[in-house]
Design a protein around this ligand. Structure first.
Ligand code: 0O2
Length: 221
């Protein structure tokens, strides 16, 4: 039925989905370029993985329904800000701020909304940095500004979020079980955050030692 609704407006929606897909490509490339440069300069790729996804017609419709809005192009554009989603999984927690800063400084990227669930985790323990940005795509005869949601997180945050997401969709669990599991999941999120802090400390020690060794080498020359 949902697909039918979409198909009724098929040409228009197909066109918009194509635009969103183009915006995904633009943003993915931007992060790939940043990763390439970091690998060149620091001998280390800060990005472990980049995933992209277009929100399904079903999820778009559900979101609009939740907000009590009709399925129109305008409502999708203004109210469903994550039709195009890019997830950037970083190795270390400090990589997130560095990459976000470099990305937001680009002159064709405009920040629309920022949600920092790392400094302010969700009550269930969820952590990630969410950026809604607007960026242009260049078509044959025009330039269009498209919104994209970028989620930046560490490998540990991704591990937690993907398992939590899977478990959330098991709907046939009793309330007591869900409650006690939520507490366990929250504890796991805290442990994974601690893991990120420890790994960052090790990373910093290695970087500092490397920096000293390079200084000594330069002094010897
Ligand atoms: P999917 O399958 O990833 O697309 P908004 O109206 O946009 O302000 P929204 O959409 O709730 O409100 O925004 P928010 O809080 O930034 O969350 C959007 C996305 O973040 C979700 O998309 C998830 O990808 C992720 N996310 C947020 N909270 C959680 C959480 O508690 N656990 C997990 N695993 N992921 C979370 P979707 O559309 O829900 O899903």
């Amino acid at each position: 039925e949902i697909l039918e609704k979409f198909q009724a407006k098929s040409q228009e929606f197909l066109t918009w989905m194509t635009y969103y897909r183009s915006a995904l490509r633009e943003v993915e490339t931007k992060f790939q370029i940043l990763a390439d440069e970091c690998a060149l300069l620091n001998d280390r790729n800060p990005i472990n993985d980049i995933q992209t996804r277009l929100k399904s017609p079903q999820s778009i419709t559900n979101k609009l329904q939740r907000k009590g809005l009709a399925l129109t192009k305008e409502n999708i554009e203004n109210e469903v800000l994550d039709v195009a989603g890019v997830r950037v999984v970083c190795s270390f927690i400090d990589d997130i701020d560095r990459l976000a800063k470099a990305f937001l400084e680009q002159d064709d990227v405009r920040l629309v909304k920022k949600k920092d669930y790392i400094r302010h985790p969700k009550p269930n323990g969820y952590r990630s940095l969410h950026l809604i940005v607007e960026t242009p795509i260049f078509l044959m005869h025009e330039k269009k500004m498209m919104k994209v949601e970028v989620q930046l997180r560490t490998i540990a945050m991704e591990f937690w979020a993907s398992l939590e997401h899977q478990m959330r969709y098991k709907k046939d669990l009793s309330n007591e079980l869900v409650e006690s599991l939520s507490e366990h999941l929250f504890q796991c999120a805290e442990i994974s955050s601690l893991l990120d802090t420890h790994m960052q400390t090790i990373r910093n020690k290695i970087d500092y030692e490397t920096f000293l060794a390079e200084g000594e080498k330069l002094a010897d020359e």
